[in-house]
Design a binder for this molecule. Structure first.
Ligand code: AMP
Length: 285
């Protein structure tokens, strides 16, 4: 039975009760509109824990674009059914006013990791993410928490935050889940019509070309980024960034390296899409 709670005290108590029974708590924070990417986090949580809680909250604090927030898909009934099928024990789906009651004025900010890429293009986004995830971690208590590497920078920031602030949370990541043709699953994909979806495929196609070049021996960061950029530039409406990074340090690479990744953010038909590939680690996109 999958229980749904809206109240944060009930959420806290349910996690505490599970721990009292000797169960390990697995936490999967999401914004809903669940798809197979989210469900892979649930599957990883079920492997690592015996009580799996998923949170569904479209966090207003992390949206820099009011239209994006207004258009964000909301599919709670389908989400509840998918979570139940996936073996989720608890869904925490608070209202914005429950998370941010009047007078709320405390924010959590992580340093350098939040500055490039998404941080440079989405003002206040990561502060919104780190603030809400801190609240979710506080409510869930000691647990193992799962994040997708689709949001690679986000995962790195949250792992850093939990470490820096001595949070009793084991932050783990799972690989990107893609459609058979390469498109990374995203809740925002439902807003792509067939033509836009075909153009969006250029993002994973570009990463695939770079993955192939890396497999063939290319280690030069800018050449790999250029391959990606040239594949998607004719298809998408705008590119926020196509950036090569060192996947471990998460800084701009100094030169050729085994630990290269490329991250992309691009706009297609009014939808902002992100994707990435760590060439040495990830499957061919
Ligand atoms: P969201 O609901 O978009 O905030 O995503 C919730 C969690 O699911 C985040 O940790 C995401 O990184 C993860 N996620 C979203 N899409 C995918 C995907 N295609 N593959 C793996 N994880 C994903």
């Amino acid at each position: 039975m999958t229980r749904v709670v809206r109240d944060k005290t009930e959420f806290r108590e349910a996690c505490e009760a599970a721990r009292r029974e000797g169960r390990r708590v697995g936490l999967v924070p999401t914004m809903g509109a669940l798809h197979a990417g989210h469900l892979s986090l649930v599957a990883a949580a079920r492997e690592a824990a015996d009580f799996v809680a998923i949170t569904i909250f479209v966090n207003p604090l992390q949206f820099d674009d009011p239209a994006d927030l207004a258009n964000y898909p909301k599919t709670f009934d389908a989400d509840r059914a998918a979570a139940a099928d996936a073996g989720v024990d608890l869904i925490f789906a608070p209202e914005p006013g429950g998370m941010y009651p009047e007078g709320f004025q405390t924010h959590v900010r992580v340093g350098a990791l939040t500055e490039p890429l998404e941080g440079a293009f989405r003002d206040g986004h990561y502060e919104g993410v780190t603030t809400v995830v801190t609240k979710l971690f506080q409510l869930a208590g000691p647990c193992v928490a799962f994040f997708g590497r689709k949001d690679y920078q986000q995962w790195r920031i949250l792992a850093r935050m939990a470490h820096d602030l001595d949070m009793p949370i084991d932050v783990r990541s799972v690989p990107i889940v893609r459609e058979a043709d390469g498109l990374a699953l995203s809740s925002r994909n439902v807003r792509l019509d067939a033509g836009a979806r075909a153009r969006a495929l250029s993002i994973s196609a570009g990463l695939r070309a770079a993955h192939d070049a890396f497999a063939a021996g290319e280690r030069h960061p800018e050449r790999l980024a250029t391959l990606v950029r040239e594949t998607l530039a004719p298809k998408v409406d705008a590119i926020d960034y196509v950036a090569a990074m060192d996947a471990d340090a998460f800084t701009a690479p100094e030169g050729p390296s085994e630990r290269l990744m490329v991250l992309v953010a691009a706009h297609v038909a009014g939808v902002r899409l992100i994707d990435n590939c760590v060439f040495a680690d990830d499957a061919r996109p």
